[in-house]
Design a protein around this ligand. Structure first.
Ligand code: NCD
Ligand code: ZN
Ligand code: ZN
Length: 399
């Protein structure tokens, strides 16, 4: 069945234009034009029609910690937040560090309503497994965080950088978790500098995960083969909020929320960042109360960014590019991230004027809480199409 999306402002080649989109039986965009007719149609009057958004950094927790999230609930959270593709991190309780586990996770992920791309994980000695699995991207932890995946030996880190195919990104967690801010910042910058120097030396792709300071963005942008992501919580929350949320419980995340001053500097450098990533890291309320680090972000990130556009802090075109085509470019995804004939019929339709209030209990994520509880945000995903299939219509799941 073909599907026409009519009357909206579509994001096409870097701007919003009034055109229609037709998605063919094969789930791909077959036409962009005027007066298009499909077997079915969606009326996008007064709405923005975006390429299905791509989140390069989520933790959907399956297998191993399905009390926190699974591919069903995480996939629903992704769709409700406007993401048709998410990239899942390997730091599961059963880490994604062997070919067998990588294949198993890809199978499990098929039940998600969104597309899931699985990041493979590096360990101090899994070089053969990396080679066997031949994944399109790899995650390497230089700092301690949820899971047990840290690699500290510099020669081992370099060996991964030298062996992994150069045109495929290694995603680096460089953040240090020392409770002392001065110490963790210094160690984070050291790790970042080391990883970037290696990327340069081996002329290889590197993607810096969850930059929380302007300095990390500047450092990454000085290296041609590197890209960098920012997570919205570093833009909209600071250590003041961490204190009121509970510094060792609900306000705890890695890297930690930064000072107000750092947060303002991050906004100054934001324009240079390549991607917005949610770092959706759900934990149960019980785990949060027992000091687990991480925030859910799939259902709030786009709205936070759109709300910031409405307030004049940033620009819609900039935001959409960093949540779609720039992510596709960073991860070599050729078939998505843009609206274009022949590309996948993945579409996110948003109402930039719809105001809603964040309430953890009403979210799709299994963890049912949010660090943004009670915030009023202007801008929300209303309809999502994936591969030409209508998954979410006017805020209601169709399956
Ligand atoms: C993440 C998690 O819980 O998996 N936690 C976090 O605080 N960001 C791990 C990570 O992204 O480092
Ligand atoms: Zn991390
Ligand atoms: Zn993460």
């Amino acid at each position: 069945m073909s599907l026409a999306i009519k009357n909206g402002a579509i994001f096409f080649q870097g701007r919003f234009i009034h055109k229609e989109i037709l998605i063919g039986d094969d789930g791909r965009i077959s036409k962009i034009g005027n007066s298009l007719v499909g077997d079915e149609s969606i009326d996008a009057s007064n709405l923005l029609v975006l390429p299905g958004l791509i989140d390069p950094h989520v933790h959907l927790r399956e297998p191993g910690a399905t009390e926190k999230e699974d591919f069903n609930t995480g996939g629903r959270a992704a769709i409700a937040g406007g993401f048709t593709t998410v990239m899942d991190m390997p730091n599961n309780t059963i880490p994604t560090t062997t070919k067998a586990r990588y294949e198993e996770k890809k199978q499990l992920a098929k039940k998600a309503l969104c597309d899931v791309i699985v990041h493979f994980g590096a360990t101090p000695d899994n070089f053969d497994e990396v080679k066997k699995a031949d994944p399109p991207s790899m995650k390497l932890y230089m700092g301690i965080t949820t899971g047990h995946m840290v690699i500290t030996d510099k020669a081992t880190i370099e060996k991964h950088f030298a062996l992994f195919p150069k045109d495929r990104p290694i995603v680096v967690h460089a953040a240090d978790n020392d409770p002392n801010e001065t110490k963790n910042l210094a160690a984070t910058y050291d790790n970042t500098e080391f990883a970037l120097a290696l990327a340069k030396k081996h002329s290889r792709r590197l993607h810096l995960a969850h930059a929380s300071t302007g300095k990390e963005i500047t450092m990454a942008k000085a290296v041609k083969s590197a890209t960098v992501e920012v997570a919205p919580h570093y833009l909209f929350l600071s250590s003041k909020d961490a204190e009121s949320l509970g510094a060792t419980t609900y306000g705890k995340v890695y890297p930690p929320l930064r000072s107000e001053q750092q947060r303002i500097v991050l906004w100054k450098y934001l324009e240079q960042a390549d991607c917005i990533a949610t770092d959706h890291a759900p934990h149960t309320i019980e785990d949060k109360e027992n000091s687990a680090a991480g925030f859910p972000g799939l259902e709030t990130s786009l709205s936070l960014m759109l709300d910031a556009c409405d307030k004049g802090f940033t620009d819609k075109i900039w935001v959409v590019e960093r949540m779609s085509e720039r992510v596709a470019d960073a991860f070599n995804l050729k078939d998505r991230g843009r609206l274009g004939v022949g590309l996948r019929g993945d579409i996110t339709i948003v109402d930039p004027k719809l105001t809603w209030k964040v309430s953890g209990s009403g979210l799709e994520t299994k963890c049912k809480w949010s660090p943004f509880e009670g915030r009023e945000l202007k801008g929300k995903t209303v309809t999502v199409v994936k591969g030409g299939e209508l998954i979410y219509l006017e805020g209601e799941f169709q399956k």
